[in-house]
Design a binder for this molecule. Structure first.
Ligand SMILES: Nc1ncnc2c1ncn2[C@@H]1O[C@H](COP(=O)(O)OP(=O)(O)OP(=O)(O)O)[C@@H](O)[C@H]1O
Ligand SMILES: [Mg+2]
Length: 306
């Protein structure tokens, strides 16, 4: 995929990263009984002493509710769920952007709360709401990100161009300000930024949302190649059931912050087929609907905990 010199450098980078993973860790990701609430669980002293008339009682909502799961090294693991079911929150918890209220998360053996720096070196996250310097070009944004990850300028430049071209962005567009690019093009730059550093674990939060069918395929193929060539572990959320079915080794379905099913795509389809007495295996859409009781476009109203 990359020229020979580039592959050698990437292999060396990977070797360095592998050495950084905790020697004893067999698993890429371990999530144990993790809970995340939003809205302070305890009302402040001030709000206890002074309540405006007709104010609502204090409430917090639970976004991730005692989630436990493990992901093997080199696995592509999918997380499916309706809008607001807790997928991005879980990804943010793994990527050290949020802190769990209880439970434990380990990335390649490193506890995200005790060793956030080690975790950050091993992962990269791509999300639909990626933030960029919009006045800077795609290439400048990628070079900036590469510096944060200690990837040398020349190497970052070469890789950025190779990756963006493979994702269908031509070299001449790379120097245009990002704000001149369409949303789909910006999404490709976000994906390229996630792939630039050869992370050992990629956290992909709806990486193909907003992409046209060909670009979607380009991104999917690229992720599969990353896993094939660099044994990258992938934790993926998507609303595209076909994508989940094709790409994932195992899938968890999350509903109201809780994991309601976890298995291979084939076993999930067989399970729902049996439950529904279908003549053939269920489709992933049918699996989703049966397990969440919602349509793909439904909003999920989160539980209020008072
Ligand atoms: N920073 C926040 N502050 C308060 N509530 C939040 C925050 N982030 C998420 N939530 C709430 O947590 C719940 C889970 O949100 P989350 O973004 O994890 O859902 P999701 O499964 O990623 O949904 P989508 O498919 O729409 O991306 C939602 O009810 C959401 O409103
Ligand atoms: Mg989300």
């Amino acid at each position: 995929m990359f020229p020979a010199t580039e592959s050698t450098k990437i292999a060396l980078n990977e070797q360095k990263l592998q050495q950084k993973t905790s020697q004893t860790a067999q698993l890429a990701l371990e999530i144990v009984e993790v809970v995340k609430r939003f809205g302070s669980a305890k009302p402040s002293l001030f709000s206890q002493l002074w309540k405006p008339p007709f104010s609502k009682p204090h409430s917090s909502m639970i976004a991730v509710d005692r989630v436990s799961l493990t992901i093997e090294r080199g696995e592509i693991f999918g997380l499916l769920g309706a809008n607001g079911s807790g997928k991005s929150t879980l990804i943010r918890l793994v990527s050290t952007l949020l802190v769990p209220d209880s439970g434990q998360i380990k990335v390649f053996g490193y506890d995200v709360q005790l060793k956030p720096r080690e975790v950050q070196r091993l992962i990269n996250r791509v999300s639909v709401e990626a933030s960029f310097f919009k006045k800077l070009s795609a290439l400048e944004n990628l070079l900036y990100a590469a510096r944060l990850y200690d990837v040398a300028g020349k190497e970052a430049r070469e890789r950025s161009i190779v990756i963006l071209e493979q994702l269908g962005l031509s070299e001449k567009r790379l120097s245009e300000p990002l704000e001149h690019m369409s949303r789909g093009m910006q999404q490709k730059v976000a994906v390229a930024r996630g792939l630039l550093t050869s992370p050992l674990m990629l956290l992909l939060d709806e990486p193909t949302t907003g992409l046209d069918p060909r670009s979607k395929q380009d991104v999917q193929r690229f992720v599969l190649e990353m896993r094939e060539q660099h044994a990258t572990t992938v934790f993926l959320t998507t609303h595209d059931m076909g994508e989940a079915d094709r790409m994932c080794d195992r899938i968890a379905v999350i509903d109201a912050g809780r994991i309601v099913a976890l298995d291979t795509p084939l076993n999930l389809k067989k399970q729902i087929s049996l439950q529904k007495n279908l003549a053939q295996d269920a489709t992933m859409e049918e699996v989703f609907l049966a397990l969440t009781g919602k349509s793909l476009d439904d909003d999920f109203e989160s539980k209020e905990h008072k």
